[in-house]
Design a binder for this molecule. Structure first.
Ligand code: 6R9
Length: 695
């Protein structure tokens, strides 16, 4: 008797249920901890031992909780929210939503009129519960032997000092603050300090260029910028303060002047004397912040007051300022963290993501700290000094939950098992993956080699926009299939739709949408609610459209197949093709550019750029380099094209639209799958392009 709200309603036979813990009679299954997973195994079944200790010990228990979460979302989420501190309880209406553009403006509100603070809930609340002496953050630097740690009490003191400083220089509730820092403890400290005083943080990944940083400063007009002088990445030193200086000049040329640039002296990397300084605007963190009191009153905010802005790439050139609010995001990140990693207070948790991306917001900072967890923050590169660094860190801190991206898994897999097996890794009990689909062979290597066939892998599908996990395994709760994100989290109702926006039931493939809101959903794109509606809610009316394609199998499991829009996923970083194209065409000798994604062994996708040059300009190695430099300068090194393909002309329809489908095939050398080229304005360009493929 399955209802519409049932995640397994698509499954004819509920075929998975009999394979729950301890009841394995499926030929192709292995039991967690008992054997290696091989290509012949399509199921990895939780062991009885793991399930017994799991927060959600069986699929039956999950179904019971899931049904409640979608049949009575207000009740389900209120109950969880009550475990947190609210200065004032939310109003009668727990959730107000409209996702249907035909019915008016898209609007999502959770716990409206509730008054709370996420910094208070992450720190003060845990300290009051007796965990003040527990380590909140372990910090591991780039080089071996550089490390540090802060207890919850110490972290709160540091956060309060910075909050007091920010207030003193005029940052008030609702003001934006840009944070441009590497993975020092000061990064989560800065986020929490903003949250404490109701300021809206916008973290910009420290790999972004001055141009990109300036673009974000101009968009959100921050009261202050927080940065550090320099950072070491592997063997290289990068002068971050110079980048900030350049961005601040650009933004002031656009009429946006920022009064304060608080700079942390990363003295392990570079002494302050080597840093350029603008007196009056630039302040050394170490000279001022420690002078402020270690307590700071909390600014109580409405659940729907903004918490942060995070810019992400879309299918047009301008990055989108994804806005998250306080209450719903808090409850959602805390709950997803707890269940998807089967979190216990004794766990030591390490997520390799940078706080410059959403994963670092929800699952380095807020989700784990809200649960009172001990979190490892790693500043360095995972292959420095060698490819065993991650497992060295796992052993050093006795990490129990390790959360990373498929691109890292693939690159370590390529480097060989010896780097892994040299270390004990005995502490590990749950592994996690995020950022892109994890291919089954990388999944199996992660599972067999890193986890010694004893750790479930939570392959978490979600997005900057969703705030937290949407489709994810719960460890010990149901069998896993290598490469599938499995089933929806509590409260999430995925819908697979066809190109007309009609929901498809059962086994199928199509576009992945979500019906109904969830507490962690983003509320708008900063300053552009219309773009929010157009991008996410107009394509398939009545649904939130993720931009991803997926299929659902006979057991109701979801398999993500990647972006269906013009976004490329490089090492788990979202890059809009339009952004790269616009950087390329800003080169004076480039007339036109078309960028597509191609399969890449380690990065998942690589960037392949077709360029046509200004009449009379010859293509040369020098020009190729300067085109790539243009992208590095305008976006950042991580967006540099892997391949520049000189094109005398691009395949276009008679109406002038570039046929990317054909370019993708040429880029991936699938020349026998070019399809119909007869509708092209000049079919001859295709042969020309193929002939130039290897130049
Ligand atoms: C969290 C994050 C979102 C896009 C998303 C999808 C891809 C992320 C995935 C995954 C398959 C997973 N993606 N996790 N695809 N399986 N477990 O990465 O956010 O940077 O906004 O990227 O990443 O394509 O649409 P974000």
């Amino acid at each position: 008797n399955l209802t519409v709200s049932d995640p397994l309603r698509h499954v004819d036979s509920m075929s998975l249920i009999p394979y729950g813990a301890g009841k394995i009679d499926h030929l192709n299954a292995v039991v967690l901890g008992e054997a290696l997973a091989s290509e012949d195994n399509d199921l990895v079944v939780p062991s009885e031992e793991f399930s017994r200790q799991a927060l959600v010990p069986s699929i039956e228990k999950y179904l019971e909780m899931y049904r409640r979460s979608v049949e009575d979302p207000a009740g389900f989420w209120s109950e969880i929210a009550s475990e947190f501190y609210w200065k004032k309880k939310w109003g009668e209406q727990v959730v107000t939503e409209n996702l249907d553009v035909k019915k008016g403006t898209v609007k999502i509100e959770w716990f409206k009129s509730g008054v709370t603070n996420i910094c208070y809930n992450s720190l003060d609340r845990n300290i009051e519960a007796g965990n003040g002496d527990k380590i909140a953050l372990y910090w591991e630097g780039n080089d071996l032997g550089q490390d540090g740690a802060l207890t919850y009490t110490e972290l709160l003191a540091k956060v309060c000092q910075l909050s007091n400083y920010l207030k003193d220089v005029g940052v008030a509730k609702g003001d934006a603050v840009i944070i441009y820092l590497p993975m020092l403890m000061e990064l989560p400290i800065a986020m929490l300090a903003c949250a404490r005083i109701g300021a809206v943080h916008s973290v910009v990944f420290a790999g972004f260029s001055a141009d990109s940083l300036a673009q974000r400063i101009i968009d959100c007009k921050p009261k202050a910028v927080i940065t550090c002088n320099a950072v070491r990445r592997g063997p290289k030193v990068i002068n971050l303060k110079d980048i900030v200086d350049a961005a601040l000049i650009q933004s002031s040329n656009e009429g946006i002047s920022v009064g304060v640039c608080l700079t942390y002296e990363n003295e392990l990397v570079m002494k302050r004397e080597a840093t350029k300084w603008k007196t009056g605007r630039d302040i050394w963190w170490q000279d001022t912040v420690p002078k402020y009191p270690k307590t700071c009153e909390v600014e109580w905010v409405d659940a729907e007051d903004p918490l942060f802005l995070l810019y992400t790439s879309g299918s047009t050139g301008k990055p989108k300022g994804v806005l998250h609010t306080t209450g719903g995001y808090m409850i959602y990140t805390a709950t997803t963290f707890k269940y998807a990693f089967d979190y216990k207070p004794s766990d030591i948790y390490w997520c390799t993501a940078d706080c410059g991306w959403i994963t670092g917001h929800s699952y380095v900072t807020y989700g784990p700290l809200l649960n009172g967890a001990s979190v490892v923050v790693f500043e360095g590169a995972p292959n420095h000094p060698d490819s065993g660094r991650c497992w060295d860190i796992v052993d050093k801190y006795k990490v129990t939950i390790f959360y990373t991206a498929p691109t890292l898994v693939r690159s370590l897999m390529r480097d060989g098992n010896e780097f892994v097996t040299r270390y004990s890794r005995k502490s590990l009990r749950v592994l996690g993956s995020v950022g892109e689909p994890i291919n089954p062979s990388a999944w199996r290597w992660f599972y067999n080699v890193v986890g010694d066939s004893g750790c479930p892998i939570s392959d978490t599908w979600w997005q900057t926009e969703t705030g937290g996990f949407m489709i994810t395994p719960l460890p010990g709760t149901w069998p896993q299939k290598p490469g599938s994100a499995t089933l929806p989290f509590f409260g999430i109702q995925p819908a697979v739709v066809d190109e007309k926006g009609i929901e498809i039931e059962g086994e199928c493939s199509g576009y992945l949408c979500v019906k109904k809101s969830w507490p962690g959903a983003f509320r708008t794109l900063y300053g552009d609610h219309e773009r929010y509606e157009t991008t996410y809610f107009k394509t398939f009316s009545g649904f939130y459209f993720s931009g991803d394609g997926c299929s659902r199998d006979k057991d109701g499991y979801y398999w993500l197949t990647g972006r269906v829009d013009d976004v490329i996923n490089v090492s788990g970083h979202r890059i809009g093709t339009a952004e790269v194209e616009s950087a390329l065409v800003s080169h004076p000798q480039c007339a036109e550019a078309a960028v597509v994604g191609v399969e890449h062994e380690v990065k998942g996708q690589g960037i392949y750029a077709f360029v046509t040059l200004v009449e009379g300009v010859p293509y040369s190695e020098e020009l190729r380099k300067s085109l790539i430099l243009m992208v590095r300068k305008q976006i950042g090194a991580f967006a540099a094209p892997d391949k520049i393909h000189w094109a005398p002309g691009l395949p276009k329809t008679r109406s002038g639209k570039i046929m990317r489908r054909i370019l993708r095939k040429i880029a991936s050398r699938q020349l026998d799958e070019l399809g119909d080229t007869s509708t092209l304005a000049d079919p001859g360009v295709v042969d020309q392009l193929i002939a130039l493929s290897d130049s």
